[in-house]
Design a protein around this ligand. Sequence first.
Ligand code: SF4
Length: 708
Amino acid sequence: MPSRNHTDKRVASTCCYCGVGCGVLVNKEKNGSITVEGNKDYPVNKGMLCSKGLNLHYTVNDKSDRLLYPQMRYNKNTPMLRVSWDEALDRTAAVFRTFIDKYGPDSVAIYASGQCLTEEYYVMNKLIKGFIGSNNMDTNSRLCMSSAVVGYKMALGEDCVPVCYDDIELADVFYVTGANPAWCHPILWRRVETHKAANPDVKIIVVDPRVTDTCAIADLHLQLNPGTDVTLNHAIGRVLIENGDIDLDFVHNHAEGFEQYSTTVFKRTLAESAAICGLRESDIRLAAQYIGGAKGFITMWTMGLNQSVAGVNKNLSLINLNLVTGHIGKPGSGPFSLTGQPNAMGGREVGGLANLLPAHRDLSNPLHREEVQRFWGGTAINPKAGLTATEMFEALNDGRLKAIWIVCTNPLTSLPNVRLAEEALKKAKYVVVQDISNKPETLKYADVILPAAAWAEKEGTMTNSERRISYLNKIVDAPGEALPDAEIICRFAQKMGYKGFDYRDAAAIYGEHVKLTAKTNIDVSGLNYEILKEKGSVQWPYQKKRYIKDSRRLFTDKMFYTASKRAIIHAVPDEFNGEKPTEDFPLILTTGRIRDQWHTMSKTGKVNKLNQHFKQAFIEIHPLDAQDIGLVEGDIAVITSRRGEVQVKAKLSVEIKPGVVFLPMHWGKILGNDLNRANNVTNDAVDPVSKEPDFKYCAVRVTKFQKP
Ligand code: SF4
């Protein structure tokens, strides 16, 4: 599958870190290295880049940690040997065939990443669902976006972000909850900051148990108790109703469920809700007053809501605030889920989760299954939903799953209750690791290691948080024998004897994908690489015959994708079943990102400049809690939960709520020491519908480290 290097010296691409999706210009130097600058003509970032984007080139230029050739071992007790691509893939195909024949197709699985390109997702999904006959295809997007996906589907009838970035400059009230975009979506937040600076009347409400940098421009910070988001959103809904700030035309003509919602939000008095949330009644009233007076109202959220055992209900209670005020489908308004990863949305477009089919088709719908099977020409699509991220590792542990293929992700740092995941990989009969780096802990358990091409070394597409699809050029060659992920999967599929994987190039894969989207809600059947190269990027939908509709924002006609064409206001309960603190584990742990690192640091951890922000893992703890424990700044704190232990330096801060502690998510095993790893202690309980784990709430004990 040839993909030619771009020959120009300056080539446009898209940053491969967060879901903001900033445009970059990559300069090719004479010595073969590259430098990166912000693309001033790109509508997302207009030339700006954050610290991670500015240092993108280091990760490409530094090849010191790259996997260069396939490796394999014949059994668990023999060493890894360098082998050819044919040997590695022949052996893997033989092993997969044996398991599938003996234990059935559900004995194998692919676990991939929101950093994969759309074409890569497409062929992985086609391989396992269309030909192997299992739906065991999930990605680390399960860990960050799946609650928002379910929330959008239940409320709007489709997994779609209805707003665009240009709405930021048109809004006058922002409700930012469970997110720290100043650090995690910096360029998007820069646009909010600039807008606020030019329009001081713009109101920003931030909801977070911590005082983050996002609070720096907040008019109101609601420092709520962790886990109480639904109660707070309902309380605001109640005040909106009391104040007569409901859009009655919208709730009566374009939505359903308002009556039940109204009953639900009045079940608690405002005083009760305020006490549960740990907030002042007057602050809740003020938030409602800002929202009630908004001309343009945007809700923004991310992991603080999604990563919860009540993630879906938190999402629905938030989207309700847009619905009851009618702030959707018009400029400057809408519920805006901030995507964590660069192509989580693209992955869902091709159906890259265990319960999805291409173009957001529904696995449980027999017509959808038949339609996709006919298109692919493979085996009948299995109606049973596949294993989700955490379920895959449970199934390895109990032996239901025999083989797992891990692509571009590092589950031994990123999964909750990670020691169980480590046990699972020890027990797995066959582990394939396809990665760019020789650092992930997963390599230790691999039977086959497949070297992959990195960003700028392959071509393909990604979709950012505002449904903007961009084309990424291949700019430099991959080192050694590394291959693009899509090519690896296609070569394997051919080794398995499957037809339909002999693509000419990545454009041909994209061409197949867009055909499957025709006449769906996410129709991009009019799109191809040529259009993307010419326009730089476009937002979906992008239909074939005509492109007349302004696709920047959805639902301007108030016609939702539900059966009734109305948006649905869900009267969700405000119960929260997170792990309860006890005398033994009295504090609540929440985890999150820091400004200059990305996920498990396999790329950003290579850049000295980025390591200066925080040189090592730490725990953030309030001085009152630290005092009770006898902990002072810089002491080693031992954080213990029912699942494990972390030992990191204490960072005392009045910016975190007493009773709550924070660990950054990025650090894994370093030089054999895994005590920096936040996920030693996190909880693997999941939301019952979205199956997204709760990284934001578990009960822990913190003590001072005592020398033995
Ligand atoms: Fe890259 Fe996100 Fe930073 Fe933009 S905001 S430069 S996409 S990491």
